[in-house]
Design a protein around this ligand. Sequence first.
Ligand code: SAM
Length: 309
Amino acid sequence: MRIEWARLKAESMDEKNRDGNMTDTKSPDQNLVGHYRRPGLGGSLLAALEKAGKTVRSYEDTAAFDEFHMRGRAATRDLARFAEIGSGMRVLDLGCGLGGPARLLTAEYGARVTGIDLMEEFIEAAVMLTAMAKMDRSPAFVRGDMLHLPFDGKSFDAAWSQHTLMNIADKTALFGEIHRVLVAGGILAFYDVVAGTLPGRYYPVQWASDASMDHLPDESEMLRLLDSGGFEPVALHDETAACLKWFESIRSKMNKRSAEAPSDAPPAPGLHLVIGPDTAEKAANTVSNLREDRIRVIMGTWRKKGRVG
Ligand SMILES: C[S@@+](CC[C@H](N)C(=O)[O-])C[C@H]1O[C@@H](n2cnc3c(N)ncnc32)[C@H](O)[C@@H]1O
């Protein structure tokens, strides 16, 4: 596979709207930026793909590393079903990461997706992977802060969040922004981590290096915040057991692969490229937090209150 990172990068930066709101707002939490920063991410992804002899021909070929949440693609399809994502729906993916969910919603559900993320290198990688996937219609990606959404009011039919709310301390402000950009009757779909019954958590985890960037209400507080933010519940599922099962299946797959692969085989491109060198430690801490009921994972849909029309 011949890789032209410089060209893909230049193309990605030509796209309009690349820097959604980064120049006119307060600077984002620098600890959080440091936690997610992956300099040269696009180049590392391309190098890992090339080394492993993998060619990207479709959005499905990047599934091993472009969904940055527990249960990967399966969780995205479950949430799309709960949220009744359909053809032509305008979906805002908050904290879109590398754009895997945005590409899936576009390709499989016909949605018109816009992804927004704080991290420049994630947005660059999202644009690059989308170009490589050669989709009939592509999602759009904007770099920006979801607390200051650079969109007009009532411009989306659905807002989508997977493993992003836990980074936001001021959820009242966030739900206010989401409420503003949704049409009346619009859907907020989320798949996120909440606090369990036991206080305190093991760090680092995928979304936080320490407690300063980890903002988890428990489930009832989350429901209260949504209600006062102007959203009524449609559906709610506890995904904790399914996430633990998923970690277990990943572990046995990895054990099998390392037993079977020749010792000089290149590592398969995977989430470690995005999560960083301490991926195993973060995953182990997440499993302990789930097992000890320090965190839970919930998936749900809420509807913007008020008259439709
Ligand atoms: C754990 S990742 C999940 C990425 C993606 N939703 C997925 O599931 O593949 C959390 C993402 O939220 C983004 N994020 C955190 N705070 C943000 C903010 N205030 N505005 C926009 N993006 C933010 C991070 O940069 C990161 O990409």
